[in-house]
Design a protein around this ligand. Sequence first.
Ligand SMILES: [Zn+2]
Length: 426
Amino acid sequence: MSRREEILAKMRAKKDQKESEKEKVNSKPYLLKADPWEMYSVQMGTNRFNVIPFPMTTLHPSFIKDKDDFEVSKERKKFFGKSAKFVDDYDIFLEFYTHPNIGDETFICTKKTFDMPCPVCEDFQELRRTGADWKTVLSKLKFKPRELYFIWFKKEKKSMIFESSNHYMMKELNPLLKGGYDEDEDEEVTISVYEGLSENIVSFQGVKKSFEGSDGDHTGSIGHKLDSRKYDIPEDVYEEAPALEMLLNMPIKDGKWDFEKYYRIVYKAHFEEEPEPENEEPENEEPENEEPENEGPENEEPENEEPENEEPENEEPENEEPENEEPENEEPENDPNECFIEDGIFGKEFGDYDECEECPNKKGCEKEKKKIEKEAKKKKSGKKKKSGKKKEKECPEGGFFGKDLGDFENCDECNLFDDCYKASEE
Ligand SMILES: [Zn+2]
């Protein structure tokens, strides 16, 4: 082993150990520890905070899905132990999806989040094709929408990170973003999610909820509001906003998500065996849109009968009917803005499911999707920001000079190796 190899092996081992220690202290294995920020938990009574936009990187799901839409900046920054290059855009919350019932663990759904292969979704499709029962089998394997926010409290002058189910945040906030009617344009005016969240104060009431099959109460939220903000948020709060996608606990290789490795990890946890080599690159099917050839199993999923009430095992049951607000769950067929798919998102996911074709809310949903897309474009063009200062010595891989030694395959051939090693010792 050459001296360089020895040093690299040592550094990588040290980093691996740090990683595993980080995992141990985290109660949510699918998220990294959010150091130096604390995770916010919903309080009983009034919860009130500002949502702060955060910079996007090349690890952000939107970039992974649609690279051509972004310009990549040279600047690279490290958050939560991971580093990636910035892209020229900001996001207001990170939307991602999980599979909560894999062994005792929760994993990121790479299919729904990144449009990359996910072993659980593949199994879901297979089971669905063969007519598995929705309630006992399929609903447990279905991905669940989650959201991450960088939030700021005026009174405490404190930033935190907030993870929520879609059910307790955007599902409640989206309807508040519907505004008046624009006569010139002859259409309903909708405030963009970005504007709506970044220019208003979010508030809701935390309430105790208990539900059948749970071993205790948990805190849910009701009465969501958006109030216009009458004060300015300090500039440094915006400046320090972390790229939230970096919190996702997935392996990284050369500054990119290592989807193949993660696929194998999730596969092993789900099937309790190693994937066959050919499973690493599963056929490029598009499970969400595919028509099951053999039968019509889509009718066997009684989303319309019991749309939300079937997952008592979830920590945040998307389930029970919040006592005070309008009980959307009772008559889902009467709410034209409801997606009948469990955890489906009205508008956003139009066309993602076999059921969309025959959905009574098809029209409104399609319209909403167009609106969302329009808004995303608007947002993109409006939100550029200057990139920051230069460093003296640059890592040719785009990493942090002196910090990322060993993070890249090319480190041992790098002509800055010795300087970088020296810097890492300082
Ligand atoms: Zn999945």
